[in-house]
Design a protein around this ligand. Structure first.
Ligand code: ADP
Ligand code: MG
Length: 239
């Protein structure tokens, strides 16, 4: 209940701003309120704020452009991973903002987000949408080409039981990548199950969330968890 109230408050503050699309740091606020593991993240409007945020979050950090007009941040040269000093943060701020301006001259740039750097892990995508007939639906797939080129994804209606979530994970073609191949340890499937169920419950309790995705969710080896490093939530048009 407390979580529901927190999320409702975040969504209505976005509405009050006259917006439907949550920025990454706002989407992550929703995830955190819903107890879906995600990076700590702060919005920094200038280089000095970026340095201050990096110091608070502890190096190394990740910097990303924050703009309502730039959806694919890396396409815009807007993501810098693993910055490890004040000098690098200052330099990156300039580059990220310059890149974004060159990419989309009319974009409204709010600044950058500074977030925790998460060590490399397997990347998966968890999404949700409202099906016009069936309602809240959850999507699962591996990152990158698996989703884009091979359309290797699975869907289930929310809310999901743990068994539903397990099935969703094991029925994609790329599953062996998670189950462990060539002596590689298996990924933390239970952690993915938990995120799938929580995303399903979120979309089920908030039909005004017309679309959301966690892309990517970093998944560590069995027993080590998973964490959302990018997130995006879109609200339905007001009727
Ligand atoms: P885009 O808007 O292009 O999807 P992302 O936020 O997904 O931008 O970042 C692009 C890539 O950078 C991710 O797929 C991931 O590999 C890496 N990345 C993003 N955030 C972090 C982070 N906090 N720690 C480590 N790697 C990250
Ligand atoms: Mg992404």
């Amino acid at each position: 209940m407390a979580a529901h109230k927190k999320v409702a408050e975040i969504l209505s503050s976005i509405r009050e701003n006259g917006r439907r699309e949550l920025l990454e740091h706002e989407s992550k606020k929703v995830l955190a309120a819903w107890e879906i593991p995600t990076t700590r993240v702060e919005l920094a409007r200038d280089a000095a704020e970026a340095v201050k945020a990096a110091r608070e979050l502890k190096y190394p950090v990740v910097m990303k452009i924050s703009s309502p007009n730039i959806i694919h941040k890396s396409d815009a040269g807007g993501v810098k991973v693993g910055l490890s000093s004040e000098m690098e943060v200052r330099q990156a701020f300039k580059e990220v903002v310059d890149n974004a301006r060159a990419y989309r001259p009319k974009a409204k740039i709010l600044g950058v987000t500074i977030q925790e750097y998460v060590p490399h892990a397997r990347e998966v995508i968890v999404g949700a949408l409202q099906d016009p007939t069936f309602g809240a639906t959850v999507m699962f797939g591996l990152g990158g080409v698996w989703v884009e080129a091979l359309k290797d994804v699975s869907f289930r209606l929310a809310p999901l039981t743990a068994d539903d979530a397990r099935e969703m994970i094991s029925e994609i073609k790329g599953y062996p990548i998670l189950g462990g191949i060539r002596g590689e340890p298996a990924a933390d499937i239970d952690a993915i199950v938990d995120v799938l169920q929580k995303v399903g419950q979120l979309a089920y309790e908030f039909p005004e969330i017309s679309e959301m995705d966690i892309n990517p969710l970093f998944v560590f080896d069995k027993g080590k968890g998973a964490i959302a490093v990018d997130a995006r939530i879109i609200l339905e048009e007001e009727s």
